[in-house]
Design a protein around this ligand. Structure first.
Ligand SMILES: *[C@@H]1O[C@H](CO)[C@@H](O)[C@H](O)[C@H]1NC(C)=O
Ligand SMILES: *[C@@H]1O[C@H](CO)[C@@H](O)[C@H](O)[C@H]1NC(C)=O
Ligand SMILES: *[C@@H]1O[C@H](CO)[C@@H](O)[C@H](O)[C@H]1NC(C)=O
Ligand SMILES: *[C@@H]1O[C@H](CO)[C@@H](O)[C@H](O)[C@H]1NC(C)=O
Ligand SMILES: *[C@@H]1O[C@H](CO)[C@@H](O)[C@H](O)[C@H]1NC(C)=O
Length: 576
């Protein structure tokens, strides 16, 4: 860590060469950690704030709404999907990235609209609305029939509303009923696979149709076409693609799925997803994150999108301002969570699909200042058909939001049954996770006793490197009778370490139980999602009940790598 400190000290003292008065310099990603398929708007009326949304597949709560007054400090302000009744089919989404696909966020006449699709085993169109983006008061969805993902909403000046989807196809839509017209083709893109993520903008007498092409991996790109008539024909821009990092050795890759908006002073900006993995596509545990870039868009001309890098220069940013409502934390805030009586789980905590709420009790009477977990039968992998993937799991997590971080929590668990287990996990999908836990296993005398176990779950077909061996050790007698402090740390860009220590005052030295390559938690069944860290409890199929108690949950960023050998201490980072 001393080396990294040296690097950012050097960075802080760099003179801002080449930046003229007025323009700003900031670091990407501004919404770090898994925040895929962003769509963003600026809303003046009564808000003077920017809002972004991201896709969440099977995570619950889902569809986070991030708000910012200054385009730099982003706070989780609500979830559009916070009640199982809104999308009950999450419970039949077996795949690791089925569920909520890309969302478009739009504001029209006082109402925020988040339009998306539930996907697999069928596709269902969903539109959530609210007047108050700072609370989870988003509506039950208006349903519309569709077979295509990535819906966009556009209100034309005559009041007609258009639904544009992957393909790229368009329909008119009645927002009161969800009734849609027959689809017609708009534009197939410039020949890249998966023409998707469309957005329509009207400017200077043209309808602009901006889409993503090439798939959401290394060939991802943004292309644009325009027409004087919303239904086409659309003329493709000769300068396409207007944004991509494909074929480069940049650290930020997969740039695409962009959206454009104007700030309070009328300057154009764009948001997109990007993956910090370059020049290869091997190690990217945080998956697809949200980046911003300045856009120059002169009257009657095509927009010019500034390429995505870690260090950006562009239009003057709105004045620093962190005063914004909402239920959650700023995206770079550390966790210092002690489960105080009367508190609830923080808004940025997520589950994998739905849960049994009674399995998570904050500050139970018998042990205040802890989180009581009641173990689920299924473990983090599940074992279908006996225990389906979709069975509720006692699992609660937060996003990995920094390249380097330390996550720890104290676990108090005294299993007396075989394979009763509770601990910490680094989790990408049910097929890609590493767990460090207290587990009941036979001791020398044959009786079940608590052990510490480190175990990595990954299938050979998804990873051809070294799969760490399972490590099992009886809990040292001197550690017994007190919670055990488990820790997961990304101490460098390629590996996670898993360690445990006693919380007894004189025995606090941490012992490393395992090291796992970050490549295990990159891509494959989880290539749409991003790594999470959290706690869980399971009986591994057993029917007896088991409770564990979690306390002193801590998460902190230790450094954000933005490419070109530069670490910044946290995001957002303004170079000044
Ligand atoms: C969706 O399609 C079904 C079956 O064709 C039809 O019954 C239903 O009314 C449609 N829903 C909407 C909102 O148009
Ligand atoms: C300020 O940023 C904009 C947007 O990137 C760019 O077009 C412009 O040239 C910059 N101005 C200066 C003076 O650097
Ligand atoms: C990263 O950390 C792991 C675990 O400590 C270690 O094996 C590996 O050599 C480190 N890599 C670098 C580049 O320092
Ligand atoms: C999950 O539980 C099943 C039994 O239900 C067991 O076979 C499997 O080893 C467990 N997997 C993990 C990663 O704990
Ligand atoms: C647990 O209960 C289920 C039915 O509720 C039963 O099929 C299964 O055999 C039981 N498992 C054990 C390990 O007792």
């Amino acid at each position: 860590m001393r080396l990294h400190t040296a690097i950012y000290t050097a960075l802080l003292s760099l003179p801002l060469r080449g930046v003229l008065a007025g323009n700003s310099t900031f670091s990407n990603p501004l919404i770090p950690g898994w925040s895929s398929d962003p769509s963003c708007v600026y809303v003046r009326d009564g808000h003077d704030a920017y809002f972004c949304v991201a896709s969440t597949f099977g995570a619950f709560p889902g569809i986070p709404i991030y708000g910012s007054r200054d385009l730099v400090n982003w706070k989780l302000v609500s979830h559009a999907f916070s009640r199982p009744s809104q999308v009950p089919w999450i419970n039949i989404a077996e795949g690791q990235q089925d569920g909520i696909f890309a969302v478009t966020l739009r504001y029209h006449e006082g109402l925020f609209h988040a339009i998306t699709t539930y996907t697999n085993p069928f596709t269902q169109g969903l539109i959530f609305t609210t007047e108050d983006p700072y609370s989870d008061s988003w509506s039950e969805p208006i349903l519309f029939n569709t077979t295509k993902i990535d819906p966009d909403l556009f209100w034309d000046d005559d009041g007609q509303v258009y639904l544009t989807s992957m393909g790229v196809i368009q329909q008119t839509i009645d927002l009161a009923t969800g009734a849609v017209s027959e689809p017609y083709d708009l534009w197939p893109g410039t020949g890249g696979v998966w023409p998707e993520g469309p957005h329509i903008y009207k400017k200077d007498g043209y309808y602009y149709l901006m889409i993503a092409e090439g798939g959401t991996e290394m060939d991802h790109s943004v292309t644009i076409a325009r027409s004087k008539n919303i239904k086409g024909p659309y003329e493709s821009y000769s300068g396409n693609p207007i944004l991509t990092n494909r074929g480069t050795d940049e650290y930020f890759q997969t740039v695409g799925h962009a959206d454009l908006f104007q700030d309070a002073s009328g300057q154009w900006w764009g948001s997109a997803l990007a993956t910090r993995c370059g020049p290869d596509y091997e190690i990217y545990p945080m998956g697809r994150e949200t980046v911003f870039f300045p856009v120059t868009w002169e009257e009657g001309e095509w927009p010019i999108l500034q390429p995505v890098r870690g260090r950006m220069e562009g239009w003057e940013l709105p004045k620093h301002n962190k005063r914004i409502g909402g239920t959650g934390a700023f995206v770079n805030e550390p966790d210092v969570i002690d489960f105080h009586p009367g508190s609830s789980l923080p808004a940025h905590f997520v589950h994998w699909r739905f849960i049994k709420p009674e399995d998570f009790v904050v500050s139970p009477r018998e042990r205040p200042h802890t989180l009581r977990l009641t173990a689920s039968r299924g473990n983090l992998t599940a074992s279908p058909p006996e225990i389906p993937y979709t069975d509720p799991m006692t699992l609660v997590m937060r996003r990995q939001t920094a390249s380097l971080f330390t996550f720890s929590a104290d676990v108090s668990f005294d299993p007396d049954q075989l394979e009763h287990e509770s601990g910490l996990t680094l989790f990408l999908t049910q097929m890609q996770h590493a767990d460090l836990s207290i587990v009941g296993l036979p001791s020398k005398n044959g009786k079940i006793a608590p052990h510490i176990r480190f175990r990595v779950m990954v299938q050979r077909e998804f990873y051809d490197g070294v799969i760490p061996e399972t490590v099992v050790k009886p809990i040292p007698p001197s550690w017994r009778g007190r919670p055990i402090r488990f820790q997961i740390q990304a101490a460098n860009l390629t590996h996670f370490t898993f360690s445990a220590s006693s919380t007894k005052r004189h025995d606090g030295k941490a012992e490393i139980f395992g090291v796992a390559s970050a490549e295990i938690f990159s891509g494959s069944p989880g290539h749409f999602t991003g790594t999470l860290v959290g706690v869980y409890a399971t009986t591994n199929g057993g029917n007896a009940s088991a409770n564990s108690y979690i306390s002193r949950w801590r998460y902190k960023e230790d450094g954000q790598y933005i490419g070109d050998d530069a670490f910044v201490p946290y995001t957002p980072f303004i170079f000044e």
